[in-house]
Design a protein around this ligand. Structure first.
Ligand code: HSE
Length: 453
């Protein structure tokens, strides 16, 4: 293997790269390595040489021109090649990708992946295998695409203690909500636009259902709070149930609807709070200005205080940029390792910290009730909320019968009541809503959107 030993002119050294997959991101990687070859060689002290590209169908039309001799359908042989130092996993999914990553590690190759799902679900096994073999696993592109948040958390804030994070980490969801807010375009149409722009996952349910964001949050929690996360236990609510009336009312109360991930360390007794859901954020908060497919991570840490990292979280070249930067870091490590240093990326030991149950979180809430518009109803509604310790900050009622199809109940017209609460416990809010749903004046189940920031 042409591994470096730190000697000789930099441009004589080469690191062999194998790409597994040549879709959107793979094509961007090929393009970037070719276009920036000289600059990369200068920065790295070695050339990145793509030796093979494993694809399912060699004949398929590609987004980038490649030497057909590089294409092969033999994934395992590609990983095993003696002239390959770095295996770049871009096949996606969890089953085949996990096998390929573990095989690469077993063969002593460094791995770069953009695959948040495989790391969120099998990271424990993958990182343990890499540590045992002394190889690197880099994954900058897995969270916030091209925005180097992994490096920030791993290195830039290495001496700090992260208390809380708020992130917009799914470009598709942000694009959809931003466009619905600005133009009132229907959900399905905006989703199709996002897919055409290359932001969406192969299965867009992962984007709009919050699964993709939950995978990314699990990775962030590992880095920020030093814990493994069972991603299936993270509270995850998608953006697909939002109604246009809530966008209008968010604005009325001074908020914008955003697809958020939230993480907070409550200490060893209470555990880690992790949740994925659309949220109302104050229109004057920095995250409210993160629109379109852009991503951002807003971190609150002990020493630095608040800091925010913003940019393109999806798309061909931004994601490829992060992948190639990972290769550059591996090449530098490789050189240093050859010279006797031990610079390999090491994850600090991860604990299995408890997750704070969702019923225990505390936040503010936006609530929408459809009720019979007759005397005493507002009083009963607020009495139930009060009895559960939920204090009201603002109330607005629309007497117009706009209540999602219902026009009258028991002879009374229907009104919609919009409530913003002070901070309350989720379990108490849910108990109040369940009680209200049973009362005669309730026309439909209440709608709840959490408020953040
Ligand atoms: N589908 C993802 C998104 C791509 O929309 O953000 C980047 O992970």
């Amino acid at each position: 293997m042409p591994r470096s030993d730190g000697s000789g002119p930099v441009t004589e050294r080469e690191l062999g790269v194998a790409l597994l997959g040549l879709g959107n991101v793979g094509a961007g990687v090929v393009k970037l390595i070719a276009e920036n070859a000289e600059a990369i060689a200068g920065r790295v002290g070695a050339r990145l040489a793509v030796r093979a590209i494993a694809v399912r169908a060699a004949a398929k039309k590609r987004l980038v021109e490649v030497d057909p001799a590089l294409l092969t359908s033999d994934l395992n042989a590609t990983i095993d090649r003696d002239d390959v130092d770095i295996v770049v996993e871009l096949i996606g999914g969890t089953t085949e990708a996990k096998k390929a990553i573990l095989r690469a590690i077993d063969r002593g190759k460094h791995v770069v992946t953009a695959n948040k799902a495989v790391l969120a679900e099998h990271g424990r096994e993958i990182f343990a295998a890499a540590a045992a073999k002394g190889v690197d696993v880099y994954y900058e592109a897995a969270v916030c695409g091209g925005v180097p948040v992994i490096r920030v958390l791993r290195e830039g804030l290495a001496s700090d203690r992260i208390e809380e994070l708020h992130g917009i980490v799914n470009g598709t969801s942000n694009y959809i909500l931003s466009t619905m807010t600005a133009a009132g375009t229907p959900f399905a149409e905006v989703l199709r636009e996002a897919q055409a722009l290359g932001y969406a996952e192969a299965d867009p349910a992962l984007d709009v259902g919050g699964g993709d964001a939950a995978h990314k949050l699990a990775i962030l929690a590992m880095l920020c709070f030093g814990t493994h996360v069972d991603v299936s236990k993270v509270f995850t609510e998608g953006i697909d149930k939002l109604d246009p009336v809530d966008f209008a009312n968010a604005a009325r109360f001074g908020y914008v609807v955003k697809p958020l991930v939230i993480g907070k360390d409550h200490g060893p007794e209470r555990g880690i709070e992790l949740r994925v859901h659309p949220a109302l954020v104050p229109a004057r908060w920095l995250l409210a200005d993160v629109t379109g497919a852009k991503n951002a991570l807003y971190v609150t840490s002990y020493a630095l205080g608040p800091s925010m990292y913003y940019g393109a979280g999806a798309g061909m070249l931004p994601t490829a940029m992060a992948v190639v930067s990972d290769m550059i870091e591996i090449a530098r490590n490789d050189w240093a390792a050859g010279a006797g240093a031990r610079l390999r990326q090491r994850h600090p030991p991860l604990a299995d910290k408890p997750l704070l149950p969702m019923s225990e979180i505390r936040t503010k809430y936006y609530l929408r009730f459809a009720v019979a518009d007759r005397p005493g109803v507002l009083g009963q509604l607020t009495t139930v909320l009060g009895a559960h310790g939920v204090s009201i900050a603002q109330v607005v009622q629309d007497t117009a019968p706009t209540a999602r199809g219902a026009t009258a109940v028991a002879g009374a017209p229907v009104a919609e009541v919009f409530v913003v609460t002070h901070e309350a416990r989720e379990g108490d809010v849910q108990a109040a809503l369940a009680e209200i749903a049973k009362l005669a004046f309730a026309v439909a189940p209440a709608r709840l959107i959490r408020i953040a920031g």
